[in-house]
Design a protein around this ligand. Structure first.
Ligand SMILES: *Cc1c(COP(=O)(O)O)cnc(C)c1O
Length: 401
């Protein structure tokens, strides 16, 4: 029998991170709801409390169910260390707060997740932290800004909702040369499609609420990286308290066991839907990195194994057409979420960029008639047929009115 050096990611989604947490011969990780842990041996208690010995003291610091989830994602991202959070936004805000001090400068892009963008535009500037946001996808501008000096380079790729792509390897190199900490939000790609640490990033962040959990029933966030970086983030989080709930950790852990299957189907459906939408005359534009005419398709091909389950498209007639199309979809939740097994749709102006004015959305290249689609794992034909009948109905509405 030939020996395989690396265990495949598909196998890791099923097995990684669990063995150390099984008890009583159970095959599944238990949900440990206990807030505190009993020590008969007072010296042992002291050793655990002071970090000399592994163990648990109090639920805000660590919890076995939460740790099992952490270990699984750590192995999938190929990281040395990991810590988790109550939400994706807590992972982002706590990580930034761990490292930034007044006078620091952060370089990022204009198209980050709405909440992240609020941190950049509202909360960091009032702490005397300079934020420079570059046009997403303009790698030369980013390099120029990075070279001016920054403590943090913060990336997200693909982005929300127009799925723009940034070259992680190239930007990480520029960031390193400038002495910056390079952080990548990998929520949209998932470790199945993209592993930023292998491309030179220092830290990789996920909203576990989305694809990792995959069932839209649990909130969570996680950050992976080197031990020396994760330790101060963990310390900030254990004191400030944005701890992941054990029940949420269990749900995400269970969801992750099928991550490879779900993401494969979501990518397949997104590609098929993008190709279908491109041919429709009521559709103005289709945004999907898997399309050869996407402006950064080559970079996406280089750094991703597949192009992800997220796409967006704009319709002729703007928001009026959106109003007609979305209610007609049978197999899609009209909801502000993504990454779940069900297809989910929403206008950018209601979901990812609800905080922006129409002018701000226009400046980001987000048409008012933009529909974001998170493809689920339904049969491809059913998804396409559903969009077909919804677009058709919107078109005949127009003829009648
Ligand atoms: C949803 C999301 C977040 C925030 O995660 P929450 O779990 O909702 O706090 C961050 N980044 C991206 C790309 C997201 O889609």
């Amino acid at each position: 029998m030939t020996h395989k050096k690396e265990i495949d990611l598909a196998t890791k989604t099923v097995w990684a991170g669990e063995a150390d947490y099984l008890v009583h011969g159970a095959t599944q990780v238990p949900v440990v709801l206990s807030v505190a842990y009993n020590y008969d041996d007072i010296d042992e208690w002291f050793d655990v409390a002071t970090g000399k010995k592994a163990g648990h003291i109090y639920g805000r610091n660590t919890n076995p169910t939460v740790q099992s989830f952490e270990d699984k994602i750590k192995e999938m991202e190929g990281a040395e260390a990991v810590t988790s959070f109550s939400t994706g936004m807590a992972a982002i805000s706590n990580t930034l707060a761990t490292f930034l001090v007044p006078g620091d400068r952060i370089v990022s892009i204009k198209d980050t997740y709405g909440g992240t963008n609020k941190i950049f535009s509202e909360f960091l500037p009032r702490q005397q932290i300079e934020v420079h946001l570059c046009d997403t996808g303009n790698m030369a501008e980013m390099e120029k800004e990075i070279n001016k000096g920054c403590e943090i380079l913060y990336l997200e790729t693909p982005t929300n909702p127009t799925v723009k792509i940034t070259d992680i390897e190239r930007m990480a190199k520029a960031g390193k040369e400038a002495g910056a900490l390079v952080i990548v939000d990998n929520t949209f790609a998932t470790p199945m499609n993209q592993r930023p640490l292998a491309l030179g990033a220092d830290l990789v962040i996920h909203s576990a609420t989305k694809f990792l959990g995959g069932h839209a029933d649990a909130l969570g966030g996680v950050v992976c990286g080197r031990k020396a970086l994760i330790e101060p983030i963990f310390h900030y989080r254990e004191i400030n308290g944005a701890t992941m709930d054990p029940m949420a950790a269990y749900l995400v852990l269970r969801g992750m066991k099928t991550l490879h299957l779900r993401v494969r189907e979501q990518c397949k459906n997104a590609m098929a839907l993008a190709l279908y939408l491109q041919k429709q005359d009521i559709v103005e534009d289709v945004f999907y990195p898997g399309l050869p005419d996407h402006p950064n398709h080559d970079i996406a091909k280089k750094q991703m194994d597949d192009f992800g389950g997220m796409l967006s498209f704009s319709v002729k007639g703007g928001i009026d057409t959106v109003r007609k199309v979305l209610p007609k979809l049978q197999f899609a939740h009209r909801a502000a979420n993504l990454g779940a097994v069900e297809t989910t749709v929403g206008p950018a102006r209601t979901t990812s960029h609800v905080e922006c004015t129409p002018e701000e959305r226009a400046a980001l290249g987000i048409p008012e008639g933009l529909i974001r689609v998170s493809c689920g794992i339904e049969a491809t034909d059913d998804i396409i047929h559903d969009f077909e009948q919804a677009l058709q109905a919107a078109k005949s509405d127009k003829l009648l009115s």
